[in-house]
Design a protein around this ligand. Structure first.
Ligand code: DGL
Length: 278
């Protein structure tokens, strides 16, 4: 495969709309760069899919973003970061192009936890796939062995967001249930990480059912800070990113549907292009 060598936008990938919460923070922190967002909305959610499938879908997305000129791709999806990132970095990148980079969202989030928790008990709210991968436990314990990590999967939360039910009264039941479950498992938790990029959309309800002395962390800000630092240290990569502040969106679903939803995540209109991944 021959990939374009000219500079290109930063690629941002998610299974659906959730990665737009990361994209928003990336653009706020680094408005000078161009961005190419890809949502695999037709095949979301990924959270309950097997390793093989999440890896295959994510590799298709990364390859598409490379073919469209990106030299740097952010997996703005915890499930893809947990299940596909390492294999793509170790096995696929050397063959596709050893000079391109794919980065995830788990490491930058794990790095921040150490300075936030005082009780040293942290809770992870995520998709079933991310929880079963134990990626957060492993990353946090590598950095901060004194922190106790407890995970809770929230299988209904992504469908609530993807189906616009995030501020409906029905969402309260599912949010309260999972918050209570994790706090029953470890009552010493003082920090909850929203380890799925869809969950910030449920923030009002999550806050409502969480005791006020518990920190609730959504990761966009941390991912943006980490990427900014990365590009400051890797000027060769920064030079391969086009500037001008343009955003183009790709979706595997109907573009009109994507546009109608994306505006609620981003606060401005987009004109997405419909594509097929294979
Ligand atoms: N937003 C994605 C994440 O951060 C996953 C949602 C899904 O497709 O299940 O895990």
């Amino acid at each position: 495969m021959t990939l374009p060598q000219a500079a290109g936008p930063i690629g941002v990938f998610d299974s659906g709309y959730g990665g737009l919460t990361i994209l928003r923070e990336l653009r706020a922190a680094m408005p000078q760069y161009d961005y190419l967002y890809l949502g695999d909305n037709a095949r979301a959610p990924y959270g309950t899919r097997s390793y093989d499938i999440v890896y295959r879908y994510t590799l298709q997305a990364v390859t598409t973003l490379f073919e469209r000129g990106c030299h740097l791709v952010i997996l703005a999806c915890n499930t893809a970061s947990a299940k596909a990132l390492r294999t793509i970095q170790q096995n696929d990148l050397p063959q596709l192009d050893p000079n391109r980079r794919v980065l995830g969202v788990i490491r930058p989030t794990a790095e921040e936890v150490g300075s936030i928790t005082k009780s040293r008990h942290v809770g992870i709210l995520a998709t079933t796939g991310t929880i079963l991968s134990h990626s957060y436990d492993i990353e946090i314990q590598k950095l901060y062995p004194d922190i106790t990590v407890t995970g809770q999967d929230c299988p209904m939360w992504v469908p609530l967001v993807e189906n616009f039910e995030f501020d409906s009264p029905g969402a309260d039941y599912f949010v309260e249930k999972r918050i209570n479950q994790i706090l029953e498992k470890d009552p010493k938790i003082d920090t909850l990480i929203l380890a799925c990029t869809h969950y910030p959309l449920l923030m009002d309800k999550i806050r409502k059912y969480t005791p006020s002395d518990i920190n609730i962390i959504s990761q966009g800000e941390y991912v943006a800070r980490s990427l900014s630092a990365y590009l400051a240290n890797h000027t060769d990569m920064a030079q391969r990113i086009t500037t001008g502040g343009q955003l183009h969106c790709l979706t595997t679903e109907n573009p009109d549907k994507f546009n109608a939803t994306a505006v609620r995540f981003l606060g401005h209109e987009v004109q997405a292009e419909g594509i097929m991944l294979n």
